[in-house]
Design a protein around this ligand. Structure first.
Ligand code: CP3
Length: 322
């Protein structure tokens, strides 16, 4: 078990190290990356660390002018919506991400037997930030390009898939022992659009990663109607948000894949008895799966009481001890 967004604002020790350091600067300093990645492992005793970075870090590394604004998210100075804009997206080259390689190396040494999960944003979610210029509810410019200019869309998605793969390769080659591909906003698409406009690119990424033989996790939010396709894309583990019970997700995903999830992060604001009851329910439904990684259904909310996460970690360990 581990928690998406386990490193971050729910922890006072995180807020302290980040007090005077902007987000993207923190993501480029190996000492800070290592410290922030270790914080939730030390505090909660989770079974895995997730590399501290952000999905837009590789875009910045290839020269896209962007920032992460507190309370907003990634903001792109000059959104990409046409062929000349696309030319600004070059591949990740060895040497573009030295701080990633260095931090992963430090972490693998410090973590000992605890695995380090590397991650990246998937092409659709990255495309949405690049095209919209920031977080978007309806993804209207993204869909306009996807529906209206299929050749441009194809080229954009190919370039983003290569950048995503470059970021994941850097982490795995430096020692990360699993990866998660976050397609956070892909739940905005119908199954048909997902199949034709997104799946070919994510499945290329998973195929390219096969040679490393590390478990590959694929996660999106609001993806109840897409769970089967997320499995088809080639991950070993499909992440499920809190909207679909895990036993039903098993049916939708089909055989040959493990599941990850799926306690609603807002549950952690309810009394402990509720958290414990829902956790037992998730563990019991998860037994229908070929493997189950306990997690939340999306990231830890910033105002979560960290003691709740520590208690939940111990509880899942106790409930699953043999
Ligand atoms: O512990 C972890 O999970 C590792 C770190 C991590 C961060 N971002 C750190 C972060 C991971 C895995 C991400 C991925 C990420 N970033 C995603 C995909 C996962 C998801 O949540 O769906 C997305 C969509 C982003 C883009 C992004 N970055 C958003 C929407 C925000 C929030 C902006 C805000 O202030 O509300 C960020 C910033 C960010 N990334 C923070 C952290 C810890 C908060 C920045 C801060 O502390 O100042």
């Amino acid at each position: 078990m581990w928690f998406m967004r386990q490193a971050g604002r729910s922890l006072p020790e995180y807020r302290q190290v980040r007090a005077d350091v902007p987000m993207l600067e923190a993501c480029s300093r190996p000492d800070l990356i290592t410290e922030i990645t270790m914080q939730p492992v030390r505090r909660h005793g989770v079974d895995a660390a997730i590399f501290f970075s952000d999905i837009v870090v590789p875009l910045r590394a290839v020269g896209i002018d962007l920032d992460i604004k507190p309370g907003v998210g990634p903001v792109v100075a000059d959104p990409i919506r046409d062929a000349p804009g696309l030319k600004r997206l070059r591949d990740v080259e060895p040497g573009d991400l030295p701080y990633v390689t260095e931090a992963v190396g430090q972490l693998v040494g410090e973590l000992g037997d605890t695995p380090l999960i590397g991650f990246a944003g998937a092409p659709f979610t990255l495309a949405s930030y690049l095209i919209e210029g920031g977080p978007s509810k309806n993804h209207e410019h993204t869909k306009a390009l996807m529906y209206g200019e299929p050749e441009l869309w194809d080229e954009l998605m190919r370039r983003l898939a290569a950048i995503t793969l470059g970021f994941l390769r850097a982490q795995v080659e430096a020692g990360a022992s699993a990866v998660q591909l976050f397609d956070s906003w892909v739940g905005a698409l119908s199954a048909e659009d997902y199949r034709s406009c997104v799946l070919p690119y994510t499945s290329w990424i998973f195929g390219q990663l096969a040679e490393y033989e590390v478990p590959r996790i694929h996660f999106g939010v609001g993806t109840g109607e897409l769970l089967g396709l997320l499995g088809e894309a080639g991950a070993d583990v499909v992440g499920v948000d809190w909207r679909v019970p895990l036993d039903e997700a098993v049916r939708r995903v089909g055989p040959g894949r493990a599941l990850q999830g799926n306690l609603d992060p807002a549950t952690l604001f309810a009394p402990w008895e509720v958290v414990a009851g829902r956790t037992r329910d998730i563990l019991s439904r998860g037994r229908a799966a070929e493997g189950h990684v306990f997690n939340l259904g999306h990231g830890v909310l910033p105002s979560t009481d960290p003691d709740m996460l520590t208690r939940l970690t111990a509880y899942v360990h106790e409930q699953t001890a043999r």
